[in-house]
Design a protein around this ligand. Structure first.
Ligand SMILES: Nc1nc2c(ncn2[C@@H]2O[C@H](COP(=O)(O)OP(=O)(O)OP(=O)(O)O)[C@@H](O)[C@H]2O)c(=O)[nH]1
Ligand SMILES: [Mg+2]
Ligand SMILES: [Zn+2]
Length: 365
């Protein structure tokens, strides 16, 4: 099991306070209601079988029984001392209900809210959808990032990195803004320092931001810039191309000296979406606003008569590329729902088959 890169108990100068990472609001009472005698803490790193938890007394390495659903990075938890281990070890006593959870579909495409392994991060306020500033950005990927952020319950924010390298930054910002209607687009460059203070201001004193984006876009470099110190390993500048390289290999919650926290993540090669509902409506507000004008309440905006979305396309008030993006996400979501249905059906027939066999064996007795 990899050891946490976070300083252990006994390095008080570097141990952030719990309030920095968002302790306050409903959390103290919620955690007390789970277990009034346990210490409160937040998971800053989750590994298979153990997690590093920041408590009022410092970082504690926490384990749990196999029957317990594992915590994820960002979870608020209650912890008991581990009588068989040292003071910097603990036992998980419970996990607070998540205010937001960023999920990834399982291999079956099932909606993953019940599957703890598929939750990427919990209790995040802001999701930074990170992409390299470009005059020709991957619009479909940006759209999926924004949908995923909204679907988690968090607020999205598009972060355009390496803005020092782009030719026409005005075009890069405008293209990203087209793909993220109603979402703030912030150009950043840890190299020149651009955007870093602005981002810090959005996080202080106690907000948590998760970074979502492909490998090599500069998530860890940005996190280091926000901290003001190289606390995370970043990709070697001499690397010719970033293909197949993932510098960050685990999710880690990093506290900022001025308050707030950043959850750095390994780059996701694809931003696979599961079943999305609210996230899609929030990411495509202009299409959502048109729908009530359709003649049929269940209009799919395919070829129905009296469709307000199709007539907005006709008269040019709706951007056809936005409609294309919306249709693709709807198709992906419907596919995921179908796969989930098939998986549920298989599960049901399998257990029915068992019941049938059990009945047969009883009859034969
Ligand atoms: N010119 C320039 N280079 C940058 C900037 N931000 C990051 N880089 C470089 O981009 C490379 C990748 O940065 P990382 O921070 O490791 O990327 P990452 O998103 O964390 O990658 P993974 O951990 O693999 O997901 C590094 O060589 C950085 O120095 C920037 O604003 N400008
Ligand atoms: Mg990284
Ligand atoms: Zn319609």
């Amino acid at each position: 099991m990899p050891e946490p890169v976070i300083p252990a108990v006994g390095e008080p100068d570097r141990t952030p306070s719990l309030s920095t990472v968002g302790y306050g609001g409903p959390w103290p009472a919620l955690l007390d209601s789970i277990d009034p005698d346990a210490a409160h803490g937040r998971v800053v790193r989750a590994d298979r079988g153990a997690a590093t938890v920041l408590t009022a007394r410092g970082h504690v390495r926490v384990t749990w029984t196999p029957a317990t659903a594992p915590p994820v990075t960002g979870d608020w938890v209650v912890v008991h001392p581990d009588p068989h281990a040292g003071p910097d070890h603990g036992l998980l006593a419970g996990i607070a209900t998540r205010s937001t959870s960023m999920t990834r579909p399982t291999t079956h495409g099932q909606r993953s809210s019940n599957d703890a392994d598929q939750v990427l991060a919990a209790n995040v306020d802001l999701v930074g959808v990170v992409a390299v500033a470009s005059e020709d950005p991957n619009v479909r990927r940006l759209e999926r990032g924004v949908v995923m952020a909204y679907e988690s319950g968090a607020q999205p924010l598009v972060l355009l990195t390496k803005v020092d390298l782009v030719g026409r930054r005005d075009i890069a910002i405008a293209r990203a803004q087209q793909a993220a209607v109603g979402v703030e687009v912030l150009p950043v460059s840890p190299l020149t320092g651009e955007g870093v203070d602005e981002l810090r201001e959005r996080l202080a004193p106690d907000r948590t931001m998760a970074l979502l984006g492909a490998s090599g876009v500069g998530k860890s470099t940005l996190t280091n810039a926000l901290v003001g110190e190289d606390v995370l390993v970043t990709q070697d500048v001499r690397a010719v191309d970033g293909k197949g390289r993932h510098t960050t290999t685990h999710r880690e919650l990093v506290a900022l000296p001025g308050g707030g926290a950043v959850l750095d993540t390994p780059g996701l090669r694809t931003l696979g979406l599961g079943v999305v509902e609210d996230g899609m409506a929030a990411a495509f507000p202009e299409i959502e606003e048109l729908s009530p004008g359709c003649r049929f309440g269940d209009c799919r905006h395919d070829a129905e008569p009296g469709c307000a979305v199709l007539s907005a396309l006709d008269d040019g008030t709706l951007d056809p590329d936005r409609f294309e993006g919306w249709k693709r996400i709807r198709a992906a979501s419907e596919n995921a729902a179908l796969r989930a249905d098939i998986a549920a059906y298989r599960q049901a027939t399998r257990s029915w088959g068992r019941t049938y066999r059990d009945a047969q064996s009883i009859k034969r007795r």
